[in-house]
Structures are given as structure tokens and as C-alpha cells.
Design a protein around this ligand. Structure first.
Ligand SMILES: [Zn+2]
Length: 340
């Protein structure tokens, strides 16, 4: 029997800055991004003659110009951001001030937005110490931090926010949207589910062909983000099979349960590979990341691979399957018990 697959009801995406209807009162808007995957999907929800916006896009000149044209036709009522990453919330402050609309996200995401706003670029001592401790070479780290601080894809955040919590219900244009909150990719990622439309706005929590980063970094160094991520995937497996999933990248699809199961299987396979690697050749997270991810393409991808490897090591550690020790050189090294 062949593996169950995803179904894509829309073969083509709207052009950048254009919209198309994907469900009654739900429109799909694409905005450009100057780095892979080259676009982000945003959503407009009909809201009593105006439009609730879900996610803002990057704070780039392109996105700004497309919004200015579009919002002449779509009078906005409010902005909801799924999570704090630049492609989702970079332009949130500008949009909310320019159009005097309220802003909503979950409290952990708001805390991250505030932290980013406080953090001066190139002045992230905690992050630097964290990655040196995990074996990332100083030159690679410097190059990665320079690449991040060159971004400039986020403007000043909104002045205030309405807190969204799991279990809340938002009334938007006569439809009830249930707030779900996922973890792992970001600390309190909001998803919106409308049972009557059978639509899930999934953000980055459920993408059809990419597994988004689930990483450990200076900000969540004591956490177990992969545990939260896998729990979120299991929760999504409970959605009705006919749910139309609206992801932040790539195409809308049907098959939430199938996709969540694929993602769980991917991480389980990574955990097994990592456990075997760290049993055969104990080492720092950087050395293990280079063995686990064979197609690294530069400083940023190397830093992200270390972060992702650490999330998997922490998951194994929490379950008593590996240990770590800091050497005289200040670098932490991991050793796993071989899988049975
Ligand atoms: Zn994201």
C-alpha cells in the first residue's frame, strides 16, 4: 500500500501582493522574501466589512509598497501574528501604527518581540558564549552573527498587544476561530482553527514540505523545545481529516494528520541517528551537527544546525539517553548510550 499523501487543492499561488479566496471570507496573500523560500503566505479574514490580517511579512521596501496598495482596497480591522519571527511580525509595528489597528499574539511571542527590540545588533554576548560553549568555531560564529545583524528585516514592534491564549475563541466576521498554541519552533506559536469552515491557519507549525527549525539557543538554554514540538504535532493529529491547512510557506494542503506523522517520524529518525553518532563518537554539538547534517552551506546554516542538534541532544538527555560534560577548554561534549 502506498504511503498516504497530502492533497493540494490550489495548484497556483497568487502573485506577490495579490490575493485569492481559499475558503468563504478567507483570502490568501503572498509577500516576497529576499531569501529562501522566497515568499511568505499571509491571510486576510473578512471581519464585518473590514479585514483581519494574519501575519505582516518582512519590514522591506517591497512588502511595504505592496501593503500600501492592497490596504487601499482591504480596510484592515486588526493584526494577529502567529509568532515573533521577522517574516511573520517584522512589519507589525508599522502596520498597527499606520492603520491604528489592534495587535494580538501570545504572551511568550510578545516577550520575544520585546527581547529582540532591546537587543542591539552585534551585542549579543549571551548568544556568543552559548555557541562557543557548544564548539562553534569563533570565526564561524562571528560570520553568522554578522549575517543576522545585517538583516534589518524587522521594524520597531507594536506599542501594545492583546494576549492570545490556547482555548480562546476569536469572533471574526461572524465566524469562530479557536486559538491553538504550539511550541518548539517558537515559544507560543498561535494557530487559528475554524471548525465551521474546516480551515487551520498553521503558521510555521505545519508546513507541507519543510520541517521548520526546532532549536536550543541562549534564550531557551534550559528548555526541551523538541518535546514541546512533538507534543504539538500529536495534538494536530486530532484535527478532522478534511481540514484545509493554510501554511506560512508553500501551498495550502489537506492532510494535517499525515503531515504531522511525517514530521514526528523525521525527528524520531534524527534522534536515532544522533544517538548512534554520539555513542560511537562522543563530541561537542558542533562536531555532532556536522555529522548529522551533511549539507551545510555556510556560517548561518552551521549555527542553525548546532541549535537543532542541541534540541535533539536535550531531548535524549531528558530521557536519560545521553550525558554531557564540560572540558578544560570550556567546550561541552556529549556522549550517548547506544540505542538498544
Ligand atoms: Zn518561524
Amino acid at each position: 500500500m502506498s504511503e498516504p499523501s497530502l492533497h493540494y487543492p490550489f495548484a497556483d499561488a497568487p502573485a506577490a501582493g495579490h490575493t485569492c479566496e481559499v475558503a468563504p471570507g478567507v483570502r490568501w496573500l503572498r509577500m516576497p522574501m529576499p531569501f529562501p523560500p522566497g515568499h511568505i503566505n499571509l491571510w486576510l479574514l473578512e471581519d464585518d466589512g473590514r479585514w483581519a490580517i494574519v501575519d505582516s511579512g518582512l519590514a522591506t521596501a517591497d512588502t511595504r509598497a505592496l501593503w500600501a496598495r492592497l490596504l487601499a482596497d482591504y480596510r484592515p480591522s486588526r493584526l494577529i501574528c502567529t509568532h515573533f519571527h521577522h517574516d511573520h511580525a517584522g512589519l507589525a509595528g508599522e502596520l498597527t501604527r499606520e492603520y491604528a489597528i489592534p495587535f494580538s499574539m501570545s504572551p511568550p511571542e510578545w516577550a520575544e518581540l520585546m527581547r529582540l527590540a532591546r537587543q542591539h545588533s552585534g551585542d549579543d554576548a549571551a548568544s556568543r558564549a552559548f555557541f562557543l560553549h557548544h564548539g562553534l568555531p569563533a570565526a564561524t560564529l562571528t560570520a553568522a552573527i554578522a549575517a543576522f545583524s545585517d538583516e534589518g528585516f524587522a521594524g520597531a514592534p507594536p506599542d501594545a498587544y492583546h494576549a492570545l491564549f490556547a482555548g480562546d475563541t476569536l469572533q471574526i466576521g461572524g465566524a469562530s476561530w479557536q486559538v491553538l498554541v504550539g511550541e518548539g519552533h517558537s515559544p507560543g506559536h498561535v494557530l487559528l482553527y475554524c471548525a465551521e469552515k474546516s480551515v487551520l491557519i498553521a503558521g510555521d507549525q505545519l508546513l507541507p514540505k519543510i520541517t521548520p527549525s526546532v532549536g536550543l539557543n541562549a534564550g531557551n538554554a534550559a528548555g526541551d523545545p523538541l518535546d514541546g514540538w512533538l507534543a504539538s504535532m500529536r495534538a494536530l493529529q486530532g484535527l478532522p481529516a478534511d481540514t484545509l491547512v493554510l501554511p506560512s510557506h508553500q501551498l495550502p494542503f489537506v492532510g494535517a494528520g499525515v503531515r504531522a506523522a511525517q514530521i514526528i517520524a523525521y525527528h524520531e529518525a534524527q534522534l536515532t541517528r544522533l544517538r548512534t553518532l554520539a555513542a560511537d563518537t562522543p563530541g561537542c554539538a558542533h562536531a555532532l551537527a556536522r555529522a548529522l547534517f551533511t549539507r551545510l552551506t555556510g556560517a548561518v546554516s552551521e549555527l542553525m544546525a548546532v541549535s537543532e542538534t542541541l534540541a535533539h541532544l536535550r531531548y535524549l538527555e531528558t530521557r536519560g539517553q545521553c550525558l554531557h560534560e564540560t572540558g578544560a577548554d570550556g567546550v561541552e561534549r556529549w556522549q550517548a548510550h547506544a540505542p538498544a
